[in-house]
Design a protein around this ligand. Sequence first.
Ligand code: SAH
Ligand code: SF4
Ligand code: F3S
Length: 466
Amino acid sequence: MNTKTTRISQDQLAEQFACCDRISAYWQSRNLCPTAYVETYGCQQNEADSEKLRGYLIQCGYGIVGSAEGADVVIVNTCAIREHAEQRVFGNLGALTHTKRRHPGQKIFLCGCMAGEPTVIQRIRQSYPHVDGVFSTHHLWQFPQLLWQVLSQGKRQFFTEDEPGSIAEGIPQARDSKLKAWVSIMYGCNNFCTYCIVPYVRGRERSRRSEDILSECRRLIESGVKEITLLGQNVNSYGKDLDQGMDFADLLAAIAQIPGRFLVRFMTSHPRDASYKLFDTMAKYPNIAKQLHLPFQSGSSRVLKAMNRHYDRETYLDKVRYAKQVMPDLVLTSDVIVGFPGETEEDFQQTMSLIEQVRYDSLFTFLFSPRPGTPAAAMDDPTPKEEKNRRFDRLCALQNDISEQIHRGYVGRKMRCLVDGTDKDMLTARTEGGRLVRFAGSEDLIGTWQDLTITGASTWSLTGKL
Ligand code: SAH
Ligand code: SF4
Ligand code: F3S
């Protein structure tokens, strides 16, 4: 297989901007102000991609709206991580036949991770004729060209050829927030965990050059952004494909040293590659959030091996121990899968005991969902669904207890928080560890850091006062 990363040249990107100009002229000549709606499923990588799509759409003259009704362009940016996520997308895609009937000029597009699955592409071709275009994540940079072809030729377009992956610098990005920004530092994944579809739909791991990342961060901080979240499926293998002598910890340190008052976070860390050097770097710089999302997936070394995770229970616990030792206030979160094929009650007990031992601030819990084409989908899975559901409920109950205890422990403490918005008549803020705090105050505090005394706690959020 060709695994070489393609770097999209500025000339190639200029062709896309020329398409933006054509589309903009197309609408101007009709004296119309077109609108577009982008619906996003899945993780922060998709959120970041949707910001790029909105950036392109604005450049094409579209106004961004909050619903599909009456919009001239609808883009559905999809997630393929579990079957349930896909079913929701197909349901909502079906419902778009009605919005299109009421507004026949509407152009509908499907993109994101599902657009990387041949079976999905086939199903759209056959059963969803109202979808005008499909493009996989590899072809996102060509969206203006795709849209122009649909508008000018009146034909469906599929930009879905499989590729190892490309990197395009300079796509305009319409960011959702002025305070917080996602910055992708790498794309794709090489890990092939046996349950996971991501490497198939997002291609091989590839890193952006550090100078591109650093100048993007500098621009964001100069424009008043207070919090940057670095994104990648496995940020700890950043730079392995580049010849720049810089690993993730070095990159993080370089970002932390940019002048200005801001906080930097990152996700996701793969436990195999999370290094002691990374933890030391986090501990060293005050503006690196003391928060770590370190998915463990299972507490049983046997299951971890079957998952192809390349670490065992003990190494995981060792790393957590070290991280907590150098960062006593560390907020730890994680992902866990219940009901992996062949998971026994004993394996499950190991997962429960790991949770009790580590005591995560919060957990993202998933029931195993077989993804077509992944090795785990073909594994023997004798455990009945009801038993998996029971395990899932037991695990959630345990974690809810722990979360509530940890949160109650915050009561009475003073915490530095970034005030980021409103919720009903309260202000909302985030702690360094990413916890939501509601408190009363004036709206001009939004965008500032405040010391809040925590006055109350529940499983999911905190209340505080200035
Ligand atoms: N790259 C990240 C995870 C991205 S996917 C990492 O390795 O940590 C987010 C989470 O979805 C995973 O951590 C896993 O817990 C869950 N997940 C992935 N595939 C799944 C599947 N087939 N069934 C259930 N959960 C799954
Ligand atoms: Fe999926 Fe594993 Fe890659 Fe995470 S590291 S995206 S779980 S294959
Ligand atoms: Fe989903 Fe793709 Fe993210 S499968 S979780 S949107 S990488």
